[in-house]
Design a protein around this ligand. Sequence first.
Ligand code: PMP
Length: 390
Amino acid sequence: SLSDLQPLGLDPILSIAARVARDPRPERVDFGIGVYRDAEGHSPIFAAVKAAEARIARDQRTKAYLSPLGDTRFVAAMSAAAFGEHLAFAGLQTVGGTGALHLAMHVLAATGSGRKVVLGTPTWPNHAPIAASAGLGIRTYAHRADVGGAFDPAPLLQAIATCSAGDVFVLHGCCHNPTGIDPNLAQWQDIAAAIAAAGALPLIDLAYQGFGEGWAEDQAVVALFHDAVPELLVAYSCDKNFGLYRDRVGMLTVKGRDATSGQMIVQHLAAAARTAYSMPPDHGAVVVRTILEDAELSRLWRSELDAMRARLASLRQAFAMALEARGLGQPCLSRGFGMFGMLDVAPGDVEQLTERFAIFLPPSGRINLAALTDATIERLADALLAVRAG
Ligand code: PMP
């Protein structure tokens, strides 16, 4: 019966937010939760989003049902903006990047027997549960930096060399969560060639386009794989780069062996959506489409996103220098991209940071760099030094 259910452990990141809220110390800082913050600690709504919402409130004439594909104009506009007009993709709107991954894994589980999902660990903590919920087996390899702080491709290449044809490689397209360590373009080329040779299937998870090296640079891996492999899935989230988190906006784009098979895959994805939730929520997708279809709103949105990227990159460099100055330099922090990085902490260090300094982060040591400010950079670096000293 339902009373047989056992209590579940709390999600480490969400439980930190609850602890921070209960903590009375005014200097407390939450480095856990993965949303962008400005210098005042707010997660602002983009001005471009506010303007688009005003327009939608004024002009929208109906909220009649669409279809399990969602807003197809959103998918067309978003894929063109993300990947360029020249890349042929079929696709559908999804409930965030999570929904895209969920639909992809469920349709993959229904095709090809014994497929496994291959994950580089650490990874976003929802990847393995989504694969497991689809009934797919999981293999892992170490996603890590070499001593110089650059991505070490050896474990991934080894996993590809030992996979079975049809295995699914979930690859973070940019701004790896949680390490911030991405392959460079030459490494991506080797990875794509190896995946093509093995007959494996890449599923690119692109949740942070625009937060890494730049808008075009952050999707270069999609273009590269599109050329290299016959079949490709891209799970795309607009929740970070439009700041729409709770509105749940994403898409799943598909390259099939030919245009007909691409459309066929999308039909099956739409059927999976139909049984799960019938149709994705509309609002966020209309916001994104309204921005992308308007040159002025597009410029405004891109300038806001570019400012976020620049701020993240400068916080990352300032924090890396503060660590360096205390003899705690971590090359993979200074060389990383995006919102996250991993602090090199021993077990127990994190609890000390919290107890002694009101600094909150998950036990893994992942920090959200957007939660740093000029003042907390020094505080966090000092606290790390103090904890090291014991
Ligand atoms: N993939 C990765 C790597 C992520 O970090 C996230 C969000 N934290 C997602 C997918 C899911 O994004 P969404 O909120 O759009 O479902």
